[in-house]
Each structure stands twice: as structure tokens, then as C-alpha cells.
Design a protein. Structure first.
Length: 500
């Protein structure tokens, strides 16, 4: 019997009523294992109404109560790591260890939310004028929404809702319809932790659900992670409807390798960053820029390591890389490799014909490595989101920086070098939001914020960290003057307060 994933509204599972369902496949077998209910406009409205009703009390609740619930949720999340990771592997396809790592990174943001009281402290200035004090405070927005991608079905929602609810907001999540089960498991754990009904809601669906959240008058802010075209649509539509927006888009992350770099370390980093999670992550390294004469040696070292990666079902402990999320996506990724030679690239490794014995119907693709890729090739200009690594050659550091800065994306980048001066110069000159120095995937820890530049971010706030707290709250300044009880009434004074 096919499993059905329904919505979570007002603290309980709610059957879908639209009559529309989407298929969820096991990427390792290609078999449809689950149906997910797609929300109608009325069902989205019901979730927002539940969140709005819950906000009346949750927005006024004490910080102590909010963080107490989050501490309980953290303990439950920790105890259920394996169960959540198994759901991720079954629907996304990533190997179990990678899924566990995703849950761990989400836990990091829950930790941050548990200590949110420090970030929510206000400021006070006394005696700014005679008997006048000025204070600033931060207050929640109300109902906020999160729209999240398939590649991290647990981690990316946890980049959003823990901080949002810790700040006093209520939350409506629209997760990817390709791997929806992790979000429902998280909702169940939140309820078990004591989160009041309606504070966290989940509606599944497609463009109908998304567009309703973007236009709903009771949704005050929208957080999004996904591709650049959709991020641009989310930002423009939600902003036009008067909402605060943080929309994180796509990426083409570069790794600049200087001639003095440890090439073994650089090759290890390139392989793990390009092919980990089958390349389905926005912080994957998809372009290595080799400077000077090291290109041939670096490519040979990358090839040697890449050829040893074991590809298989995510629930096989010996697998190091799993399948892609859908057959359609697998075919799209393969097209970049099959067309690369005609666009001037040298195909060092072609993984397009790969399959796994006993799992022939899975969404398999092997490791692909393209060398001497021209900047005009689609494999370079587009975000592929698969296990395809492009190597580009330049003669100098300056050429490498210019090449990277010419990209319309500015999510993350890295430099590999032993030269501290070159590394310092790189981090100042490069046009990207996150920079790694001998670190291939520079995802910030929870108390620093995550986000890119240029076409990788639409909106003013990065996600989680201090930016996350600011995004989910708004500032208020209060100016107070009280008469001294020792003074007799002096009548009305319509002038400005005296500053002495």
C-alpha cells in the first residue's frame, strides 16, 4: 500500500482535500513509494489561519517558555537523528552518513535558537534629555512562511523555523514535494516537545501553495532557498505584496588553486566538495580554477580520487554517493556532460552511462570531470546541481579572480594556497558572500549568517545567525519621560525637551 503524506495544520495531521497528489519516488529503485497531498488555496488559508490564531498567545509568551520548548525539541531531535536520516535517504537518495550530517547542521541552529534571549536583548539610553530615556526593543512579525528545497529536507527548514518561533512568530512551512516526510516527522517532534497547536504548520504542494503564501495578507515574511529563477520570482512577488523576503538562489561555486597549494589536499577537497551528496547542494564546488602549470597534475589527482568513489543505494553502508533525486533531473545533468565536448571541453570522466547492478531503474549517474572548460560552455554557465566538476585554466591569480567575479553567482568560493598574503587579498577582492581559505565548503557555523551575493541572494538579510534574528523581528524605539514626584505640576510645554 502506498504511503500518503498529508498536511500538518493546527497541531495535527490533516488529510488533503484538493484531490491532487504528487508522487514521491525511492531514487535508488525508481519506484513510487509515497503520495503527497497538494494543498489548495483553501488549505493554505487554513494553515495561515491556524498560525494567526496561535500567534495571539505565542507572540506574547515569555522567552523562558519558548526556549524551554525548544530545549525539549532539541533533545527529541537528537534522539531521532537516525529515524529522520532514514526518511531523507528513502526519499532524497543521499547516503545515510550524509543525511545524519544534515540533521546535525540543523541541530546547530536549534542550539542557537535555544539561546535566542541574548540576540533579543534591547538597548537603553538614560537621560538623553532631562528625565528622558530612550530604549530599543525587537518584536516578532506574526505569521511567517518558509519555502524549502529538496536537497536538504530537514536542515534548511531548521535554518528558518527555530529562530522564527524562538522570536515569537508562528510558522507555515511549504517543503519540497519531492521528499516531504522529514518535515512531518519534525512537526510531530515539535508537538511532542509541547509546542502549542498552530505555531508550526506544514502544507505540501506546488505553485498553487507557493503563490498563495506569497500573496496572503496575513503572511508577514517569506524565507526561501532554491534556484535563482524561483528566488527572483519569490522576491518580486512577495515584496510586491508588502512582505519581508529573504530568497537564497543558485550558485556556481569556484575553488581557486594557486601553484603553491598542497595539491593532494586540494584534490581531496575538490572531490568531496564536488561529488558529496551527488553534487546536489548549493555550496558544492562545481568549478575548479587552476592557476599556472599545476592544471595537469591537479586534474590527474582529482581523477584518481573520483574513480574510487563507490556509488550505490543510500541505505548501503558501503555507498559513498547515492542517486539523484528524480529521473528527470538525472537526464538534465547528463545532458551537460554529453554536450560538453562539442562546446570545447575535454571530457576526462563521463558518468552518464553509470548504473548499479540490481537497481537498474534507479536515478543513477556516475562521476563526471570536465577539463579545460571554456567560460561559454553551458556546463560552466549553468548551475548543474549534480556530480559534474568543471576545471578551468588561467595563467595568473588576477585572471582567476577576474573569472570568478565575472560569474553572475556569488554564493561561496574558496582559495587553496600556502600564501597568507594571497589568501588575505582573495578574501577582500572576491565578490561572494562566503569565502573559504583552504576550506572547500565554507558554510558558516550557526552563530554566523549564511548567504551569498549577486544572483545568489534576493533580499537584504542572510539566513540564521544575527541576520536571522533581525529578519524575524522588527525594531521599535520607545522614548519615555516621567515627571519627578518631587516636582509640582508645571503645565503643558509644547517645545522640544531640553538637552541639559
Amino acid at each position: 500500500m502506498t504511503k500518503i503524506v498529508n498536511h500538518w495544520i493546527g497541531g495535527k495531521s490533516v488529510d488533503g482535500t484538493s484531490g491532487n497528489f504528487g508522487p514521491v519516488t525511492d531514487p535508488a529503485t525508481g519506484a513510487v513509494t509515497t503520495k503527497v497531498a497538494f494543498a489548495s488555496v483553501d488549505e493554505v488559508d487554513a494553515a495561515v489561519a491556524a498560525a494567526k490564531d496561535a500567534y495571539l498567545s505565542w507572540g506574547q509568551s515569555s522567552l523562558a517558555r519558548r526556549t524551554e520548548i525548544l530545549f525539549k525539541f532539541r533533545a527529541l531531535l537528537d534522539a531521532n537523528r537516525d529515524a529522520i536520516a532514514e526518511l531523507i535517504t528513502a526519499e532524497h537518495g543521499k547516503v545515510h552518513s550524509d543525511a545524519l550530517g544534515e540533521v546535525a547542521r540543523g541541530l546547530e541552529i536549534v542550539d542557537l535558537a535555544c539561546g535566542i534571549s541574548v540576540q533579543l536583548k534591547g538597548e537603553l539610553s538614560t537621560q538623553v534629555a532631562s528625565r528622558v530615556d530612550v530604549s530599543s526593543i525587537r518584536q516578532p512579525l506574526g505569521v511567517v512562511a518558509g519555502i524549502t528545497p529538496f536537497n536538504f529536507p530537514a536542515m534548511v527548514p531548521m535554518w528558518m523555523f527555530p529562530i522564527a518561533v524562538a522570536c515569537g512568530n508562528t510558522f507555515v512551512l511549504k517543503p519540497s514535494e519531492k521528499d516531504p516526510s522529514a518535515s512531518i516527522k519534525i512537526a510531530e517532534l515539535l508537538a511532542e516537545a509541547g509546542l502549542p497547536d498552530g505555531v508550526f504548520n506544514v502544507v505540501h504542494g506546488d505553485k498553487v501553495a507557493v503563490d498563495r503564501l506569497l500573496e496572503h495578507p496575513d503572511v508577514k515574511a517569506v524565507s526561501f532557498v532554491g534556484s535563482t529563477p524561483i528566488a527572483r520570482h519569490i522576491h518580486s512577488t512577495a515584496s510586491a505584496n508588502g512582505k519581508r523576503v529573504q530568497a537564497l538562489g543558485g550558485a556556481k561555486n569556484h575553488m581557486l588553486v594557486l601553484p603553491d597549494a598542497d595539491l593532494d589536499a586540494a584534490a581531496d577537497a575538490a572531490v568531496s566538495a564536488a561529488y558529496g551528496s551527488a553534487g546536489e547542494r548549493c555550496m558544492a564546488i562545481s568549478a575548479v580554477v587552476a592557476v599556472g602549470a599545476i592544471g595537469d597534475e591537479l586534474v590527474a589527482k582529482i581523477r584518481e580520487r573520483a574513480e574510487k568513489i563507490k556509488i550505490g543505494p543510500g541505505n548501503d553502508p558501503t555507498s559513498e554517493m547515492g542517486p539523484l533525486i528524480t529521473a528527470v533531473h538525472r537526464d538534465k545533468v547528463a545532458a551537460y556532460v554529453t554536450g560538453a565536448a562539442a562546446e570545447g571541453a575535454e571530457v576526462v570522466l563521463d558518468g552518464t552511462g553509470y548504473t548499479v547492478e540490481g537497481f537498474e531503474d534507479g536515478h543513477w549517474i556516475g562521476i563526471s570531470l570536465l577539463d579545460k572548460v571554456p567560460t561559454t560552455a553551458k556546463a560552466y554557465t549553468d548551475e548543474i546541481f549534480g556530480p559534474v566538476l568543471c576545471v578551468l585554466r588561467v595563467d595568473t591569480y588576477e585572471e582567476g579572480v577576474a573569472l570568478i567575479n565575472a560569474s553572475p553567482f556569488g554564493n561561496g568560493t574558496a582559495i587553496f594556497t600556502r600564501d597568507g598574503g594571497a589568501a588575505r587579498r582573495f578574501q577582500l577582492e572576491i565578490e561572494a558572500g562566503m569565502v573559504g581559505v583552504n576550506v572547500p565548503i565554507p558554510v558558516p557555523v550557526g552563530y554566523h549568517s549564511f548567504g551569498g551575493w549577486k544572483d545568489s541572494l534576493f533580499g537584504d538579510h542572510h539566513i540564521y545567525g544575527n541576520d536571522g534574528t533581525h529578519f524575524y523581528t522588527r525594531g521599535k524605539v520607545v522614548t519615555t519621560r516621567w515627571p519627578d514626584p518631587a516636582d509640582a505640576p508645571a503645565g503643558v510645554d509644547l517645545g522640544f525637551p531640553r538637552n541639559h
